[in-house]
Design a binder for this molecule. Structure first.
Ligand SMILES: Nc1nc2c(ncn2[C@@H]2O[C@H](COP(=O)(O)OP(=O)(O)OP(=O)(O)O)[C@@H](O)[C@H]2O)c(=O)[nH]1
Length: 429
């Protein structure tokens, strides 16, 4: 919850910051480079006499302007006079790319059209040499001066003089306007061939721009939003990873708990199948096993059963008490269990009566087992030095079913009891 509040706070904060920066950039963040009569930059003149012409240029500072006086002669095909202002000594010019506009106030007196050219010469070692300033790229713009009117020239309107490109054999890669390293600015008469006196007054020239360009600011804001988005994404992945780990650990705890519950359930189920006193099976604990053994039994490999009942057990209880009676029952069960095979079943059927189920055992074999048990019981030592005997009824669980076999075994037991006890009887077919 608090992370969500933190995130929405961050998004709102960044949104407000972005808007504030854009507004500030639009109305503020201004920078300028002003050149007027007070400039300390080195100023020079040149004219077409260098090219064989006869025009004479002179510059002076008046109270309000830099003044170019030009005695234009028609001797040269393209007569001109110009003022050069050294912005910075080559090869280190100034970078004008962060400016986007030039404001200026000029006035022009003289015959013909009052055209003026502004050159921004760019130095680049790829095509420029220090000695020859004509090798510096000729970025130019031409305009007509209206006296006393402020002019505004966007820098993107400049182009490179085509005659200069041809004259200097400039490779195609360098054809475009380049204002990244400008040492020299030139104000020149522009294509006006009328002979006579021409006067250009430069009141000021101001390069205007923004300390941060709109494109750069937008890029910066985009980067900020991208960083935020990536941060949020990484945080979400981290949170998901943490939750996944938590779920995994909870799942493994559940697996452990489930396994121990299963164990406990199995223990309780097993316990429920046992007689609590003697720890042999009880009746309900044998049901499924007997059903299975009956299904597996065949005529040649039958399932036999022996019912055995302690003789005169009541007398033991009466003589020695129930505690001794219990001890006798426990030892009796142990004796039965230790004298049958693994895979046979010993069940306390109730009171002092036990039933043995013997898979894959024929009646004569069951009879022999019962006889062995009878002898063992008779010969064993019993608690309180009492003597003990038991009677046995043997039967086979045949196709007639369990109840019939149980009935037959019970009758055999009854016969054994009737015949004097401590005997084994086989059920009548
Ligand atoms: N100590 C003890 N006695 C039990 C338990 N279950 C049954 N008895 C006793 O076992 C005795 C069984 O007596 P009877 O059914 O008369 O049989 P008997 O005395 O063995 O006589 P016969 O079977 O005819 O030889 C009763 O006194 C029951 O109280 C038990 O868990 N512990």
């Amino acid at each position: 919850m608090s992370a969500r509040i933190g995130l929405s706070g961050l998004v709102s904060g960044l949104f407000v910051l972005s808007i504030a920066l854009l507004i500030w950039q639009h109305f503020g963040m201004n920078k300028s480079l002003l050149i007027d009569v007070n400039t300390t930059l080195p100023i020079s003149t040149s004219d077409d006499r260098f090219d064989g012409g006869g025009s004479i240029a002179m510059v002076r500072k008046t109270e309000q302007s830099l003044q170019l006086n030009c005695q234009m002669s028609e001797k040269y095909e393209w007569p001109y006079c110009e003022i050069g202002i050294l912005l910075s000594p080559a090869p280190n010019g100034i970078d004008l790319r962060s400016f986007d506009n030039i404001r200026m106030k000029l006035s022009y007196k003289g015959p013909g059209k009052h055209r003026v050219r502004l050159f921004l010469r760019n130095y680049n070692p790829a095509y420029s040499t220090l000695k020859e300033s004509t090798s510096w790229k000729l970025n130019e713009i031409q305009f007509i001066v209206e006296d006393g009117v402020d002019l505004s020239l966007p820098l993107h309107k400049f182009n490179v003089a085509s005659w200069w490109l041809a004259d200097k054999n400039i490779p195609l890669d360098h054809y475009g306007v380049d204002l990244s390293n400008v040492p020299l600015m030139i104000i020149s008469t522009g294509g006006n061939k009328e002979a006579g006196s021409h006067q250009i007054d430069v009141e000021y020239i101001e390069f205007q721009g923004k300390t941060i360009r709109r494109e750069d600011l937008l890029m910066g804001i985009l980067v900020l939003w991208s960083v935020l988005a990536i941060g949020v994404l990484i945080n979400m992945l981290y949170q998901l990873h943490q939750r996944l780990n938590l779920i995994r650990s909870e799942a493994s705890q559940l697996v452990v708990a489930n396994a121990s519950l299963k164990e406990e359930k199995q223990r309780i189920t097993d316990q429920a199948k046992l007689d609590p006193l003697t720890q042999v099976r009880n009746r309900s604990g044998i049901r499924n096993d007997i059903a299975r053994e009956m299904a597996n039994a065949t005529e040649f490999s039958p399932l036999s059963m022996i019912i055995c009942d302690i003789d005169h057990f009541k007398a033991i209880n009466d003589t020695f008490g129930h505690g001794v009676g219990d001890e006798v029952l426990m030892k009796f069960a142990k004796t039965l269990s230790s004298h049958v095979r693994h895979g046979d079943y010993v069940v306390r059927w109730g009171g002092e009566e036990f039933v043995l189920f013997l898979p894959h055992t024929k009646p004569e074999q069951a009879l022999q087992i019962a006889e062995n048990l009878r002898q063992t019981i008779e010969e064993s030592r019993w608690p309180s030095k009492t003597t003990l005997t038991a009677s046995f009824g043997v039967a086979v669980i045949g196709p007639e079913g369990f109840s019939k076999a149980m009935e037959a075994a019970d009758m055999a037991l009854y016969a054994a009891k009737k015949a004097g006890r401590n005997r084994v009887e086989l059920a009548k077919p």
